[in-house]
Design a protein around this ligand. Structure first.
Ligand SMILES: NC(=O)c1ccc[n+]([C@@H]2O[C@H](COP(=O)([O-])OP(=O)(O)OC[C@H]3O[C@@H](n4cnc5c(N)ncnc54)[C@H](O)[C@@H]3O)[C@@H](O)[C@H]2O)c1
Length: 396
């Protein structure tokens, strides 16, 4: 469709974003799948001209400009190396590797080959995240002290996830990768994650990997991140983030409670949302999962960056840092100690000291707290700079 847009202001720009985002010029030209019938079905459903069960054949076609890796975790490296061999731009799903060693090899290979690389961490592209992150970057929350991200659901949908060899881990790797990148983005991607403390257990499922975990990640500037992940949560897909700073707080609920609530007895049951466990009773459908999960904004960033010759927001380097944090989490779950994050490659700030916590009130005092009470008094609580004594003053 060739459109004449009359007007380039507020609504013209909204319309342009929508038209060009949804009426995509991007097209899948080859599909690789392990089984022929799956490859053929995908080709039929998405009108893809070439399908194959040989990975290299799908990559090494002249018309292919970018390869999108959506394979089980143990196959990411093989696919990335083939992209390097054929000098094809590559974008790969999360987690980048099964561990930091694998991720590092992939990072080094794409950089050596000089090819575009993008890490498809969709949850830092959700409309809610983008808006919250903008507020954080602009200083609306002040200095960031704590960021928490939770992703829990009743467990993944394919066999290979449950096999520790193919998946590389359990819910820490599968879901923790999202949480680590969300919290790291809020704290600042140039701030080094230094230590991790993690509890993990296999509480419910008959598997070798963990099905439930909670972890803390310390950053060099004193900020703390927290992740909560589970494959044993009942009730759907719970995606929630919190970020707290010296000047404010943001709470984001991305999936289970998005303002769309519905009751049905189950008549004409339908698809509700990813990992929804029921299609009757009170339900929380998600209006536009593609958008709510960040896929539209993510591909827009990837392809715009490719065209402009710039780096996208998320690259293989970010995937590597995430893997390194998660490696430390696995180690800590075993040793029950804080474990250092081993980052052989670090491109952010170095030698950052812990942020100061003293707020100046006047020449002699630091401010501890200011409050207007229910009886109308304005009080300040102060600390004397010289003798450390805490006092309060009623101002009105
Ligand atoms: N939100 C997200 O970003 C998100 C969500 C789900 C999955 N993922 C990631 O996407 C990747 C694929 O996950 P999925 O959920 O699509 O898995 P899936 O099992 O649904 O699909 C895997 C695909 O890989 C192909 N394949 C090729 N060789 C295979 C092999 N030896 N064993 C199994 N499959 C093989 C299968 O044919 C299939 O097409 C994983 O790395 C996963 O972590 C990301």
């Amino acid at each position: 469709m060739k459109i004449a847009m009359l007007g380039s202001g507020f609504i013209g720009r909204f319309y342009a974003d929508s038209l060009q985002g949804y009426r995509s010029k991007d097209k899948i030209v080859t599909i690789y799948s392990r089984r022929e019938e799956s490859a053929k079905k995908f080709a039929q459903d998405y009108d893809v001209p070439f399908s194959t069960t040989v990975m290299e054949e799908a990559i090494n076609r002249p018309e292919v400009e970018v390869v999108c890796i959506s394979l089980p975790n143990n196959l990411h490296e093989e696919a990335v190396l083939l992209c390097c061999k054929h000098k094809k731009a590559v974008i790969t799903t999360k987690p980048l590797g099964r561990n930091a060693e694998e991720a590092k090899r992939m990072l080094q290979a794409v950089e050596k080959a000089g090819i575009f690389n993008g890490y498809l961490e969709d949850l830092v592209y959700t409309p809610k995240f983008i808006k919250a992150h903008e507020s954080v970057k602009n200083g609306a929350l002040g200095r960031i002290l704590w960021a928490k991200s939770r992703e829990t659901h009743p467990g993944p949908h394919s066999d290979w996830f449950w096999d520790i060899e193919q998946a590389g881990g359990g819910c820490i790797l599968d879901l923790g990768c999202h949480c680590v990148e969300i919290t790291r983005s809020y704290i600042g991607k140039d701030i080094k994650p230094v230590e991790v403390m993690c509890w993990a257990d296999t509480q419910v499922k008959p598997i070798d990997a963990e099905d439930h975990a909670i972890g803390l990640v310390k950053y060099e500037n004193g900020a703390i991140a927290q992740f909560e992940v589970s494959w044993t949560f009942r009730g759907g897909l719970d995606l929630r983030d919190e970020v707290m700073g010296t000047e404010g707080t943001i709470w984001v609920n991305s999936f289970l409670r998005t303002g769309f609530e519905m009751f049905t007895t189950g008549k004409a049951a339908n698809y509700v949302a990813e990992k929804a466990e029921s299609d009757k009773g009170w339900l929380f459908p998600v209006g536009d999962e593609l958008n709510e999960l960040g896929y539209n904004h993510m591909f827009m960033d990837m392809f715009n960056s490719m065209e402009k010759g710039t780096q996208p927001k998320e690259t293989f380097y970010d995937g590597y840092v995430v893997n390194a944090v998660l490696d430390a989490a696995y180690k800590s779950a075993k040793t029950k100690q804080w474990e250092p994050v081993k980052l052989d490659i670090w491109r952010g700030k170095v030698g950052v000291s812990k942020d100061g916590h003293l707020v100046e009130y006047d020449a002699n005092h630091y401010l501890v707290k200011e409050e207007v009470t229910h009886y109308g008094a304005k009080k300040v609580i102060l600390k004397n700079k010289k003798n450390g004594k805490i006092t309060e003053q009623v101002l009105s």
